[in-house]
Design a protein around this ligand. Structure first.
Ligand SMILES: [Zn+2]
Length: 281
């Protein structure tokens, strides 16, 4: 049984309409007062596209992703993708919440304002979901294998700060979408051990301590220099290869995907992703 994320209307077209049977229906009243119906569809695994043979995977058709703590993702082949800027939306939410706090609990005006707050919250949720749909669809269509860091659940629970928790929830949703789309499009999606991806040199494997403010990777052992998160993404890619049983790739992403003397990354704005659903070529 596959779960469908029906919010993205474009997704449903990839399903074989001849086959699925509706196995569950749920009706839910949102806090905005609106009603939503969702269907659980059953599909035959045989209808899903086959994933490429792992032997065919290499640094040219696979990608490692570093989930940046500074609100963006980095890919092992040279893209830094900005996270959505939701400052204006959160500002509006705070404004509407302040208004709500001034209304008398239970009054008609309170109820009206409560709906406005719920709608602003929903707008934010949908924006994030839409953005993640576009990012993940682009990734699984472009690559044969997508490797991401395994999120450390224990670490997340211990971490303090609401912002951090929010971001962890966003990453979890991102990975869930990615895995589901990997099945839909026939792309390997594999989580790899996240520990040490930043410290380890993607070129020679030597570990170096790196405080958070150091944005460059500069290996004291082999001299490899690149962006800190690019190095982490390359490590994710290499760990992905050994995770699927390919072992260490003959040509590392360091050699094939990125000239070591030009650590410049292509920055992709969130706006571009939202408008075109693409990160470029
Ligand atoms: Zn090195």
């Amino acid at each position: 049984m596959k779960r469908l994320f029906l919010t993205d209307s474009t997704e449903t077209t990839h399903y074989n309409p001849a086959k699925p049977g509706v196995v569950s229906t749920s009706i839910k009243k949102e806090r905005t007062g609106e009603w939503f119906v969702s269907f659980g569809l059953e599909t035959d695994d045989a209808d899903l596209p086959a994933k490429p043979d792992v032997d065919s995977l290499d640094a040219s058709n696979s990608v490692g992703i570093d989930l940046g703590i500074l609100n963006y993702i980095h890919t092992s082949d040279g893209k830094a993708v900005d996270w959505l800027d939701l400052e204006d939306d959160y500002e509006r939410l705070r404004r509407e919440q302040r208004k709500l706090s001034r209304k008398q609990n239970g009054s008609n005006n309170y109820e009206k304002q409560r709906l406005i707050v719920a709608k602003v919250k929903r707008q934010i949720r949908w924006k994030v979901l839409d953005y993640q749909h576009k990012l993940t669809t682009w990734l699984v269509r472009k690559y044969d294998a997508v490797f991401v860091e395994d999120l450390d659940v224990a670490g997340m629970l211990q971490s303090d700060g609401n912002a951090r928790n929010k971001q962890d929830a966003a990453w979890r949703q991102f990975i869930t979408l990615l895995e589901y789309k990997g099945d839909l499009y026939g792309t390997h999606v594999v989580q790899v051990e996240a520990r040490g991806t930043t410290k380890e040199c993607a070129s020679c494997g030597v570990e170096t301590e790196k405080p958070i403010w150091v944005r460059e990777h500069s290996c004291p052992s082999c001299g490899f220099e690149t962006d800190r998160d690019a190095n982490a993404a390359m490590n994710v890619l290499q760990r992905g290869f050994s995770e699927v049983g390919l072992g260490w790739p003959e040509s590392t992403p360091v050699e094939t995907a990125l000239p070591t003397d030009t650590p410049e990354f292509q920055r992709v704005s969130a706006k571009r992703v939202v408008e075109t659903g693409s990160l470029g070529a």
